[in-house]
Write a protein that binds this ligand. Structure first.
Ligand code: ZN
Length: 267
């Protein structure tokens, strides 16, 4: 794993130094530290340090090693949100189990109408992509939405209480925080809906309150008055060495919608 991570970093650095001219002018980059399948299968060990994953990035999200809180990163500052719900800034040397970070690219403004919930936000992003890209269902984009929201449900996770506990089992015990009104910034990604287990599909957002006193993985949210930006990115997953841990495909059976998406009932 360690060699795979280093290999990926070298390759990413090589790609950046090599430039790839016009493509890099148009698209930013999204770097992911581990496959989603491997995380959901229960590998919560350190995949990368917070500094390596989020250093120099515009935004990012993830989860700490040993699942010690959801992670949100915005313009070079990174927080973890432990079970008490209060964000703490993460030192660059601390380890994360999973992280996705966005760098560079051209900024696009997207209109997100007041009253848009998670589904509405996704629809607003998708209609923008549909109007401006030839391959709207294939692209990965970074998302930042800042402003006032209502009916916000954030959640975080805590370290597993027994050995070999899957992420689904941990999430079944997730800690939820509900805010009738909330001001802050949502950051995350719109990945293609089809996932082979490597990526978390659909719209995935984490939030940090304007006062930095609240944060977490966004389960439910409704926009009131917001400014939304996206960056269309190239995806650079970490390459797992063959035979190391579980395969990327093992995440295909994960019910991402139930575990990560809007709550069906008790929001
Ligand atoms: Zn999340």
């Amino acid at each position: 794993m360690h060699d795979a991570v280093l290999g990926h970093l070298r390759q990413t650095l090589h790609d950046r130094l090599a430039g790839h001219g016009s493509v890099k002018d148009r698209h930013g980059e999204v770097d992911q530290s581990r496959t989603a399948g491997r995380l959901f299968a229960g590998d919560y060990s350190t995949s990368m340090t917070a500094g390596d994953e989020f250093g120099g990035s515009r935004l990012g999200l993830g989860v700490m090693h040993d699942l010690d809180g959801e992670v949100v990163s915005l313009r070079g500052r990174t927080w973890r949100v432990p079970a008490d719900g209060v964000p703490r800034e993460v030192d660059p040397t601390e380890g994360i189990a999973f992280g996705v970070a966005a760098r560079g690219g051209r900024e696009h403004s997207v209109a997100v109408p007041a009253g848009s919930d998670m589904e509405g936000i996704r629809a607003a992003i998708d209609s923008y992509l549909q109007a401006t890209h030839e391959d709207p269902h294939e692209v990965v984009c970074a998302v930042e939405i800042e402003g006032d929201f209502v009916d916000v449900l954030l959640r975080t996770v805590a370290p597993p209480t027994r050995d070999h506990e899957s992420l689904a089992e941990v999430i079944d015990d997730e800690t939820r925080f509900h805010f009738p009104t909330w001001r802050g910034t949502l950051v995350g990604f719109r990945f293609p809906d089809d996932s082979d287990g490597q990526t978390i599909p659909g719209l995935h957002l984490h939030g940090i309150g304007q006062d930095e006193r609240t944060g977490g993985h966004v389960r439910d949210v409704t926009a009131r008055q917001v400014v939304a930006r996206i960056w269309v990115d190239e995806f650079h997953p970490v390459s797992e060495a063959p035979g190391v841990g579980v395969s990327a495909g093992s995440g295909a059976a994960v019910d991402f919608q139930r575990l990560e998406g809007p709550t069906a009932d008790d929001a």
